[in-house]
Write a protein that binds this ligand. Structure first.
Ligand code: GDP
Ligand code: IMO
Ligand code: MG
Length: 430
């Protein structure tokens, strides 16, 4: 049985959480390998709704071990709050079912504050971030001044590390006219939260290595999507981590051969939250209809998601740069009842034809979609669990997408509920 990595292929919110939860029935361990609590994953299980941000979506299923790898940025206060929220829903998170990598970077209040200052300032590019401090925390990791999860196990070492970090941050804060942060007070704050985090802190790389040796099944859970990848996405309107499948290895502490199958989650249309180019965006009744039928509001910030037609050209590119073996096509039911559906197959940029989206925000903003039109369907796909339940035009739509993106469809998702899935190829099968 191959270990499976699940990644988003568009701009996030493709339904990764639902598919990871569904697949976790076949897994022993579910590992997050990048991002932080900018992610928002909604699971619907027997009518109960669970909203997860930082915790791996597998933790809701009993008996699964969740791991937060070194590639994740962890806000200790947000994590404690999320664990408490789940406890209220009857899901118990203890060191027996959650491990946090000792080398994972922490998100501190200075990070969310600087994120918000940048986003509300008139100077610079506004990205439309979640203001959760994700970018600034990754900057500090690369700048070699981050505080990491393991430091909460050795709180006596925090003083000089925090001073070093604040040398950088207080200079930035002075530039924004914000009050400086007192090192002693931040150390104190960290010491107060430390006892709630320290019991979870482990060498996750070793735990995963041992699991592999014991032939346990590992499921790698991506957050965000390829178009938000810091290298391959619509830069600079991206998140600050790599979201492609290669990151599953780096961000959890395993080699590249640890991932046997990459499942890309693809929404049957397109959405985006935040700023940045979106060639197939719809500002009309069709866009509004997609938003309403798909309940396209952000889980994290409640922002309305921008909606548009399926962009096969962009998805094909994302699948290739991410190394995806098969896709899970989600939210097909949202397209029920449309008379016609459009699918983008290429772009025209300044009079020139493109079969890919070139890098550079200016080119991307100027890209005009070239559409192919397909017939919609009258019947319902909602809740379908077998291929035979789909109207003929829906089958045609799925098959045409498969052809255009040059990747087979392994699963189709037809409602928010856990078990409403059509399985064509089990990703865990060798
Ligand atoms: P993620 O960030 O990729 O995990 O996706 P989100 O959870 O943020 O957003 C996906 C939303 O669509 C959630 O509210 C899911 O409950 C819902 N969802 C997932 N799959 C389907 C589906 O096949 N059909 C419908 N109608 N909703 C779905
Ligand atoms: P999931 O895992 C959708 C977007 C933000 C913003 C950009 C940068 O639920 O798919 P950041 O706070 O990461 O610095 O913001 O990335 N973004 C997401 N959009 N789904 C997400 O996660 C996202 N995480 C970040 O809206 O445009
Ligand atoms: Mg989401």
């Amino acid at each position: 049985m191959a270990d499976v990595a699940v990644i988003g292929v568009q701009w996030g919110d493709e339904g990764k959480g639902k598919i990871v939860d569904w697949l976790s029935a076949r897994a022993d361990i579910v590992v997050r390998f990048q991002g932080g609590h900018n992610a928002g994953h909604t699971l619907v299980i027997g009518g109960n709704v669970y909203k997860l941000s930082l915790l791996p979506s597998g933790v809701v299923r009993e008996g699964r071990l969740g791991a937060i790898g070194s590639g994740v940025v962890v806000d200790p206060w947000a994590l404690v709050a999320e664990i408490a929220r789940l406890k209220d829903q009857g899901v118990s998170i203890t060191p027996d079912n959650l491990a946090i990598a000792e080398n994972a970077t922490l998100i501190l209040p200075v990070h969310s504050e600087i994120d918000a200052m940048r986003e509300t300032s008139n100077a610079g590019v506004r990205i439309g971030t979640t203001k959760r401090g994700i970018g600034p925390a990754y900057e500090d990791r690369a700048g070699r001044r981050a505080i990491r999860a393991g430091d909460l196990v050795h709180v006596e070492t925090l003083g000089p590390k925090v001073e070093n970090l604040l040398t950088h941050h207080n200079a930035l804060r002075r530039g924004f006219g914000a009050a400086e942060v007192d090192g002693g007070a931040l150390v104190q704050k960290l010491k107060e939260i430390a006892p709630q985090i320290a019991p979870f802190v482990k060498p996750v790389w070793r735990l995963l290595d041992e699991a592999r040796k014991a032939r346990k099944q590992i499921l790698f859970e991506g957050a965000q999507g390829v178009l938000l990848d810091v290298d391959h996405g619509t830069y600079p309107y991206v998140t600050s981590s790599n979201t492609v499948a290669g990151q599953a290895a780096t961000g959890s502490g395993l080699g590249p051969r640890a991932i046997g199958y990459v499942l890309g989650i693809v929404k049957a249309y397109t959405t985006r939250v935040g700023e940045g180019p979106f060639p197939t965006e719809l500002d009309d009744a069709n866009g509004a209809r997609l938003g309403e039928r798909g309940h396209e509001f952000g889980t994290v910030t409640g922002r309305k998601r921008r909606c548009g037609w399926f962009d096969a050209c962009l998805v094909r590119q994302s699948l290739k740069v991410a190394g995806v073996d098969g896709i899970a096509l989600t939210k097909l039911d949202v397209l029920d009842g449309f008379e016609q559906l459009k699918v983008c197959v290429g772009y025209e940029i300044d009079g020139e034809q493109f079969d890919y989206l070139p890098a550079g925000a200016e080119m991307q903003r100027a890209a005009k979609p070239v559409y192919e039109t397909m017939a919609g369907w009258k019947g319902s796909t909602l809740g379908a669990r077998s291929w035979a339940d789909l109207p003929a035009e829906a089958v045609k739509y799925v098959r045409r997408i498969e052809e255009l993106v040059e990747t087979p469809v392994a699963l189709v998702s037809t409602s928010p509920e856990r078990d409403d899935v059509i399985l064509m190829r089990d990703p865990f099968q060798d």
